[in-house]
Design a protein around this ligand. Structure first.
Ligand SMILES: *[C@@H]1O[C@H](CO)[C@@H](O)[C@H](O)[C@H]1NC(C)=O
Ligand SMILES: *[C@@H]1O[C@H](CO)[C@@H](O)[C@H](O)[C@H]1NC(C)=O
Ligand SMILES: *[C@@H]1O[C@H](CO)[C@@H](O)[C@H](O)[C@H]1NC(C)=O
Ligand SMILES: *[C@@H]1O[C@H](CO)[C@@H](O)[C@H](O)[C@H]1NC(C)=O
Length: 420
């Protein structure tokens, strides 16, 4: 027993020594303030004081520090003197340190190179005025914002990346985003946004906006008046039940358009992002419309404007009819996913290879196909089309009676006949 303990102690001592040595290898030449750790990491002189129990910004942070991590402490106050001299500081992490609106003196964060700030997890009810006017990136997750005001970003015109996830934003005042002319990425998922939260033309001045996520809010309609610069638009987890006719015509650069209402993401940055990072979903352009979002007919106008779309997921809807020209606006369409719908027949015009030159993969199983002479072309296409119709053994006929329940790999085109 005794030897076991002494063995354990000597093991721990060795481990501590090893860790200390390996730390030392990366240490900044300047003394590191206790109890922080100073490392050169990913190209930045970094000082990590996170979760160390400190209650104030430590004294003696080296002047060459580029990244300062103070998260997870209870730091009551930050005054101008606390940060003075950090002329090289670029990134400042202040998440979950109990900040209130008056916890930071104006000017305290006015450092010449500070362009990235994390203010997540504090007790802030408004975008504070004490942030750096040079900010390019702001994380403001998990605070208590209920409203974005027309003066919220007045001072922060250089912002390119803004993350407001996990607040309770309900209202956005007209003009709120007008100062953000450089803004490229805007995350507002997991808030309390409804259709009426967005005043008309609220994105009018954001001519560089590319990514907007309004994932898991309470929208019933897609947003209007988005700038043509948009490339990624994420509506996952809202209550959108109709797609606007011509709704995407003003967004010629759209690459990703995500609608997915059935999925519950418990934690945005884990479940949902990792889902998006699946190969086929990042490299392609997506339209995911699941559950009962689309019913009945896809018209010639439904997809107008989506000329860059490469992959379209229409699985698990109740689509019963596709007008012959419905897919023609999708000039870049590569993969059509249309399994598990209610389509009984399809015109040969619908998958015309001349109108859909990139089309290479088609999923149509799980539909109640009426295998008569009008659909013979589609059974022939399984063998001969330029695109591949996947899983013929899963594609079955619902009618006429002699063919009901038969799979297409067991049938020939000549079996598809009309009664005379
Ligand atoms: C401090 O933050 C860094 C990342 O910013 C993280 O890798 C590290 O685990 C954190 N340390 C503690 C003690 O939380
Ligand atoms: C915001 O939405 C969440 C979940 O959608 C809900 O639990 C919460 O009560 C809402 N808060 C407000 C202030 O409406
Ligand atoms: C839809 O487009 C197809 C192919 O261009 C055309 O034949 C058909 O008449 C159109 N339908 C309507 C309702 O416009
Ligand atoms: C499928 O389409 C048929 C008509 O073709 C209709 O009677 C039926 O209600 C539809 N089913 C669903 C689930 O929409």
């Amino acid at each position: 027993m005794c030897s076991l303990i002494s063995y354990a102690i000597s093991f721990l001592l060795t481990l501590t020594l090893l860790l200390t040595l390996s730390d030392g290898a990366y240490q900044s030449p300047h003394p590191c303030p206790q109890p922080c750790r100073c490392l050169f990491f990913e190209g930045l002189q970094s000082v990590y004081c996170n979760r160390t129990g400190i209650t104030a910004v430590p004294r003696g942070i080296p002047a060459d520090t580029q990244l300062l991590e103070l998260s997870g402490n209870s730091i009551g106050h930050i005054s101008v003197g606390d940060m003075a001299g950090l002329v090289n500081l670029q990134q400042l992490y202040l998440s979950s340190i109990g900040l209130l609106a008056n916890s930071v003196d104006n000017g305290a964060l006015d450092l010449p190179k500070l362009d990235t700030i994390d203010m997540s997890g504090n007790n802030l009810y408004a975008i504070p005025t004490f942030l750096s006017t040079r900010m390019i990136t702001l994380w403001f997750l998990d605070n208590h914002l209920t409203e974005l005001r027309s003066d919220s970003f007045f001072k922060y015109g250089l912002l390119q990346y803004l993350d407001l996830s996990y607040n309770t934003i309900k209202n956005i005042q007209p003009g709120t985003f007008n100062p953000l002319k450089q803004l490229e990425t805007l995350y507002i998922p997991f808030n309390n946004l409804t259709d009426s939260s967005f005043p008309p033309n609220v994105f009018l001045k954001n001519s560089n906006l590319q990514l907007l996520s309004v994932r898991f809010n309470q929208l019933r309609h897609t947003l209007r008046d988005l700038p043509p610069s948009m490339t990624d638009l994420d509506y996952v987890g809202n209550q959108i039940t109709t797609l606007p006719a011509y709704g995407f015509r003003s967004l010629p650069n759209l690459k990703t358009l995500a609608f997915w209402q059935g999925q519950v993401c418990t934690f945005f940055t884990r479940t949902c992002i990792s889902f998006e990072k699946r190969d086929d979903l990042t490299t392609h352009i997506i339209l995911m419309i699941l559950d009962d979002m689309i019913s009945s007919t896809i018209t010639n106008n439904t997809f107008t404007g989506l000329s860059g779309l490469q992959t379209i997921y229409l699985d698990l809807n109740q689509i019963s009819k596709l007008e012959p020209g419905a897919l023609y606006p999708l000039k870049s369409l590569n993969a059509l996913w249309m399994s598990d719908n209610n389509v009984t027949t399809l015109s040969s015009e619908a998958l015309d290879s001349d109108r859909l030159p990139q089309l290479s993969t088609v999923y149509i199983d799980g539909n109640p196909w009426n295998c008569d002479c009008h659909l013979r072309w589609l059974r022939s296409a399984v063998d001969h089309a330029r695109y591949a119709i996947q899983d013929p053994h899963l594609i079955t006929c619902a009618s006429p009676p002699p063919l009901a329940g038969k799979a297409w790999d067991q049938l020939k085109p000549s079996d598809f006949v009309c009664k005379r």
